[in-house]
Design a protein around this ligand. Structure first.
Ligand code: EPZ
Length: 427
């Protein structure tokens, strides 16, 4: 397996292009199932999870055409045409690799009246059930059975509009329900819907395909079902989590980075907290400038659904706080096991104590490089951030976790003076 080697101590300076958001691209790809006409997506990032979703879509019969972006443009252009579906099953071997495969459930059911999707199973960061996805579809008239580890959903007469009250905010649950509702008969109301920018991006794409959705960006979505959706083109929104990650790379190294293509509006809660921690995010004509303006100091954070502090930046923030002056309390409210980066950071000399859903981080003067193990996507990148500031060399193993969510991470950081390289595993 490849490794990433980092020699710490270099201030990061420069400009980093921010890719299209993984968590927007995944539901957008699934939305192609809702129509027999072509859906063309641009700014699609090169990521392992995207490749997994594309192979799943091809397995059910979607024609996928991937082209390089026009010169000077980032990402790829992907054209998807689900003119006829050859299968209605998302198999276990693909779903277990990427739980976001469950996003084909709503569109397949709405388009074809039936879908068989493997239950995602557990995940490193938590049990992550999909009961709310199923509740939403049942409220639209679906008959759903669970057998042999598969969700078998049927709506032979099509889905009916209904009211769905989510007891807690679920991003992909909202996305599955919203996509299904676009082809249901009548009107569907989603209450306590997720408001993440990726959900908004999907809603905008669905509207461009002919869907009728009111309340976009709010926690109450009203969707009037249509008989069919039509062709559309859509550009994937910039990845606010990648942007937040690189902003923290600037913070931890005392440098300054311009994040090209990022939108400050999508990082408001993060910006306020980072300003209190000693570095400032400001809007520029090209994106966001992240720069240290004083000593790093400990701040408290609690993860919450958007527009609160995102759970996907919690591990990165913890890495930052390990070398801040003072203490920081970090509370993870979204997932039950998202502190797996803690023991690895402790091996680098961090002073962290965890009590249930909260971690107290007491800043230390410096970290020391070590061999560390990646466990999940965001925990992995927090170890890269720690390696950027640690004395000596840090070697990160199992970098496939990183490749799921970060495009060319080491290239982007090396271009801004980081001493970082990928070491290919011996063949
Ligand atoms: C999405 O996951 C993201 N993934 C996650 O990003 C992100 O961490 C998460 O939202 C929270 O923002 C994609 O968008 C592909 P949830 P999702 O449903 O939709 C519970 C990354 O690193 N829940 O919003 O699966 C669940 O257990 C990934 O890019 C139920 O109980 O998360 C969790 O505690 C990691 N029943 C909470 O809700 C359900 O049916 C929020 O989960 C669904 C969720």
């Amino acid at each position: 397996m490849d490794q990433i080697r980092i020699k710490g101590g270099h201030r990061l300076e420069g400009r980093i292009p921010i890719s299209g958001a993984k968590n927007a691209a995944l539901p957008l790809l699934a939305a192609s199932l809702l129509t027999d006409a072509p859906l063309t997506l641009s700014n699609v990032p090169y990521l392992a999870d995207i490749a997994t979703m594309l192979s799943l879509l091809e397995q059910v019969g979607v024609l996928v055409d991937v082209a390089a972006a026009p010169s000077g443009e980032a990402g790829r252009v992907v054209q998807l045409t689900a003119s006829r579906l050859s299968s209605l099953t998302a198999p276990y071997e693909l779903v277990r690799k990427m739980r976001a495969s469950v996003l084909v459930l709503g569109p397949l059911l709405a388009r074809a009246g039936e879908a068989k999707v493997s239950l995602p199973g557990g995940c490193a960061i938590g049990s992550r059930p999909v009961d709310l996805h199923l509740m939403a579809l049942r409220n639209m008239g679906a008959v759903i059975d669970l057998d042999n580890g598969y969700i078998h959903a049927r709506a032979p007469k099509g889905l009916q509009g209904g009211e769905v009250v989510f007891p807690l905010v679920t991003v992909t649950g909202t996305e599955n329900a919203m996509m299904a509702a676009t082809l249901a008969k009548g009107e569907t109301v989603l209450i306590n819907a997720a408001r993440e920018p990726e959900v908004v991006d999907l809603a905008h794409c669905l509207v461009s395909m002919g869907a009728e959705i009111d309340g976009i960006g709010s926690d109450r979505l009203r969707i009037k079902g249509k008989d069919k959706l039509h062709a559309a083109s859509h550009r994937v929104v910039a990845d606010r989590i990648e942007a937040g990650t690189f902003a923290m790379a600037a913070g931890i190294t005392g440098g300054s980075l311009e994040l090209i293509g990022a939108r400050l509006a999508h990082l408001n809660s993060v910006a306020h907290i980072l300003a209190a921690a000693g570095f400032v995010l400001t809007e520029t004509s090209d994106g966001i400038l992240a720069e240290r303006v004083g000593p790093l100091c400990g701040v408290d954070i609690m993860t919450e659904p958007y527009p609160g502090f995102p759970t996907d930046l919690q591990a990165q923030m913890m890495a930052l706080m390990t070398v801040a002056s003072g203490a920081s309390m970090i509370t993870e409210t979204i997932f039950e096991n998202r502190f797996m980066h803690v023991p690895e950071l402790q091996r680098m000399g961090a002073n962290i104590s965890v009590h249930k859903a909260s971690a107290i981080v007491r800043g230390v003067p410096s970290l020391r490089g070590a061999q560390v193990m990646a466990t999940d996507l965001r925990a992995s990148v927090s170890l890269v951030l720690a390696g950027l500031v640690a004395e000596g060399e840090t070697v990160l193993n199992r970098v496939y976790h990183l490749d799921r969510g970060y495009e060319r991470l080491e290239e982007k950081l090396a271009a801004c003076s980081a001493d970082i390289e990928r070491v290919k595993a011996a063949a």
